[in-house]
Structure formats: structure tokens, C-alpha cells
Write a protein that binds this ligand. Sequence first.
Ligand code: C2G
Length: 153
Amino acid sequence: MEKTVITYGTFDMFHIGHLKLLKRLDAMGAKLIVGVSTDEFNDVKGKKTLIPYDQRAAIVEAIDCVDMVIPEHSWDQKLSDVEQYSVDVFAIGDDWSGKFDFLKDYCEVVYLERTKDISTSGLKKSLTRLLSVSSEDLTNAFNVLDILRKELR
Ligand code: C2G
């Protein structure tokens, strides 16, 4: 029997952790619905995003294994979504473990292990470190590289 699976997330700065999760969800069912958090809802979640909702949603929608993207406007829409889309499985990363057990009366609830060593916040920190390098340091680094390149010829 074909299953409908739903998940929700911000999917800011889309990365391999997001992709692996969506692919694992795809393997669980025939139809994968993804609720992408709107910018307004991210304010409620206290999440600062770099990429606006329309672009985050377009990226998720472009992924082969995703059948439908819906906006996630609030914490409270999951139950009505489960009913509206006849969802068989609600799944999300285990950073949310236990948080959505109330859905167990309406559909299967699965928490999947997060992909290690990758996160949007980690990517942002790396970017900040990279951008905080002064132009003088960069120039010096390039000069050293130039010298090394000449030495190695
Ligand atoms: N994820 C993962 N591995 C990572 C990072 C994220 O498996 N290294 C998963 C998360 O567990 C989540 C999904 O990818 O299931 C999207 O992650 P976020 O964009 O951080 O979503 P979040 O802000 O947790 O929003 O109502 C639920 C919320 O909207 C979830």
C-alpha cells in the first residue's frame, strides 16, 4: 500500500543533512510532502534564516523525491495536515524526539537520526570565520602562496 509521508523544516542553506533525511523519508513511502517553514513562522521559532521562504521552498520542491511542498505557518497545523492529506507517517529528525508524539493517535510518528557534523548554524559560523579574515591577511597569504609556487617550480 502506497504511504503518504510528511515532514516539516526550515531547510535554510540546504545541505546534505537535509537531503539525506528527505531521501530516507522517500524510501518510507510513495508520496513525500514537505512543510517548509515560512519566514514569519521562523520568527515564531526564533530562527534567523539567510534564504527567504520562496527560495527555500523552490529548492525543496526541485528535489526529485519530494512530491509536494506546503508552507508551514504554525506549530498547530500538523494535525489538520495529517487529516487533509491522509498522511500515514509523520517523520522528522531526532532532535525533535518525543515532541510530536501527540500525532501517534492519527498516524505513525518516526524520529530519524540526524546526519552528524553538518548544520545550517555550523555553515553560518564557518562563513563568518571565512569572511572575518582581513584583506591584509588574505593578501599576505596569497603572497606566501606565490613564493611557495615559485620555489616549487
Ligand atoms: N536534519 C538532519 N540532519 C542535520 C540537520 C537537519 O537530519 N544535520 C533534519 C532535521 O532533523 C529536520 C530537517 O532536517 O528534520 C530540517 O531541519 P531544519 O531546517 O533545522 O528544521 P527545523 O528548524 O528543525 O524545523 O515543525 C517542525 C519544525 O519546522 C522543524
